[in-house]
Write a protein that binds this ligand. Sequence first.
Ligand code: AMP
Ligand code: MG
Length: 321
Amino acid sequence: MSDSPWRDRIVAPDADGLSRAAGLLKSGSVVAFPTETVYGLGADAFSESAVGEIYRLKNRPTWNPLIVHVADVAAARSLAAAWPDRAEELAARFWPGPLTLVVRRAPRLPGIGAANDTVAVRVPAHPVALDLLRASGLPLAAPSANRSEGISPTTAEHVVRSLPDVPMVLDGGPCSWGIESTVLDLTGDVPRLLRPGALGLRALREVAGPIALPVAETADGAARSSPGMSRRHYAPRARVILCEDVREVERGGLAEPVGVLAYEGGDGAEVLSSDPREYAADLYAALHRLDDAGFATILVQEPPRTEDWLAVRDRLSRSAA
Ligand code: AMP
Ligand code: MG
């Protein structure tokens, strides 16, 4: 990396780096920063032009709205037209952390993407993200810092490789969760899961009570069309094929070379943990490595069809779409 042309964009999150990053954000530019889930590409959520720059850099379709990151619960409340008791309870239990809440949007915040009357908010747990939120004093709209549909970044280097024009990336090391936040819609009577993610449903139900799941997810653990989410997403350059037993796949028609992503003792170019949290933490980095190794096809051993694997199965099914 030392002689790479990107090196000067990757900045240590010390006092100088944070103040430069905050300066860029306050002047309407974008900055990539670490969160505990994945790296985000942030912009002032109050500036329509700054938010527009995120969509341009990522080539993200404008119908897909962004999560707004804030420093604390009070800041989240100030962006909402209504803050239900359930939001207060969930925030008290899970923030800072990988849970995004969708609530009615305060009129002073511009609509983001196609989300006309709602806003998605969360308080991230990564110290650098919190430092940046405080240093800038802004709510930061931030999707994952990668080209639209690509693999989410879990290191600063992933960011500059996917977005070579990004002005700055604060380097906070590898993300601890490595998979996006769980998105919960609180605008109806019953909380509704919009996207399975890092925070599991079991923990969520303890506070939120029953949660409505998209029908396809209850059936086979593979999400279909939750609002605002494209079917194909999280995709490497290689073609991804999910299979129960990779040894039984007929390889004749597959583009070569063929790589295998397995878990628990399976044979493969990449073997991940059989623990869903550890698997999720390594998944995107493994897909990046398989792409870099030049595989044209990646056979993925399907994880178990249990709720613990919901978020991983969602991401794998989208990367294979
Ligand atoms: P990303 O920023 O790529 O991690 O994706 C953000 C996720 O949050 C997508 O699934 C969006 O559809 C969802 N999201 C963001 N804002 C809203 C909103 N106002 N209403 C519903 N979903 C939202
Ligand atoms: Mg994303």
